[in-house]
Design a protein around this ligand. Structure first.
Ligand code: CAA
Length: 245
């Protein structure tokens, strides 16, 4: 199989690290993009030791930096075949208390970041006739969540973006899909109030939080060479928390 170049935004985060490791184990050269938080960078280096995974600092809200980053990866690695948008933040609070800055921050990272990386990456994918974009959305984009008007709007928006871009590049060998994880064992979920998290886990039919590896294996599935007929899809991975068809 051709050695594919994969780029993961939010790459040193809870889901991002598992996604980087899985793609590297599947034979990709991987570049993790994230804010250079010293502690997280160190943890990531330990977790990914020995694998073909590099780290490049990037703020996904910086449009010019995203464009420069994509160009430099294409120059150094020869291509950018797989783009996983996993950069995401929460600023949970009820709408009545939400400040405009909390709305903007979540929309700019979670949705603006997808635009900022997809736009420069898509040209090369189309020119090379192959590309896989996987956007990490959320169950809360499908259902809405109390205290997450900003996050739910951004995550639902990611899937609208996914379907629109999927149509634009479907004839060019490029697929665009989203995954909607449920509550997983990540710092983001650990940061929730304990009682609220416990109440949610009680409602998950599988009866536990998801493991980051359980999201990563779906990314690998969508990123595979032979996944070319799956596009514009959303794959829920939520332990049954939200079932739909
Ligand atoms: N459903 C219904 N009512 C709720 C509620 C809920 N989930 N949460 C709080 N309330 C009630 C409160 O009990 C309170 O009632 P009273 O006024 O009668 O006392 C009322 O709503 C208003 O509460 P507050 O405005 O004071 O809000 P709060 O500060 O208590 O809590 C919150 C707000 C912190 C956002 C809290 O609701 C919360 O943590 N919600 C969950 C958010 C969540 O799921 N985040 C997920 C983060 S991880 C992630 O996002 C990953 C992923 O993709 C899955």
């Amino acid at each position: 199989m051709k050695r594919r170049v994969a780029v993961v935004s939010g790459g040193i985060g809870g889901l991002g690290t598992a996604i980087c490791i899985d793609l590297a184990q599947a034979g990709c050269a991987v570049v993790a993009l994230d804010l250079p938080r010293a502690e997280a960078v160190d943890r990531f280096a330990v977790a990914t030791a020995g694998l073909d995974i590099g780290f490049q600092p990037l703020d996904v809200t910086d449009t010019d930096a995203c464009s420069d980053c994509v160009q430099s990866i294409q120059a150094s690695h020869g291509a950018l075949d797989i783009l996983v948008n996993a950069a995401g933040i929460t600023r949970d609070t009820t709408l009545r208390k939400m400040e405009r800055a909390q709305w903007d921050a979540v929309l700019e990272v979670n949705l603006g970041g997808v635009f900022n990386l997809c736009q420069p990456a898509i040209e090369g994918m189309v020119a090379r006739g192959f590309g896989r974009i996987v956007n990490i959305s959320s169950v809360n984009g499908q259902t809405g969540q109390f205290g997450q008007a900003n996050y739910s709007a951004a995550k639902a928006g990611m899937h609208g973006f996914t379907m629109a871009l999927a149509r634009e590049v479907a004839r060019k060998g490029v697929t665009v899909n989203s995954i909607s994880p449920g509550y997983c064992e990540t710092a983001m979920v650990r940061a929730m109030p304990d009682d609220i998290r416990a109440g949610i886990v009680d409602k998950v039919p599988v009866g536990r939080l998801g493991r980051p590896e359980e999201i990563a294996r779906v990314v690998r599935f969508l990123a595979a060479e032979d996944a070319g007929f799956i596009t514009g899809a959303n794959i829920p991975v939520n332990g049954g928390l939200y079932m739909s068809f």
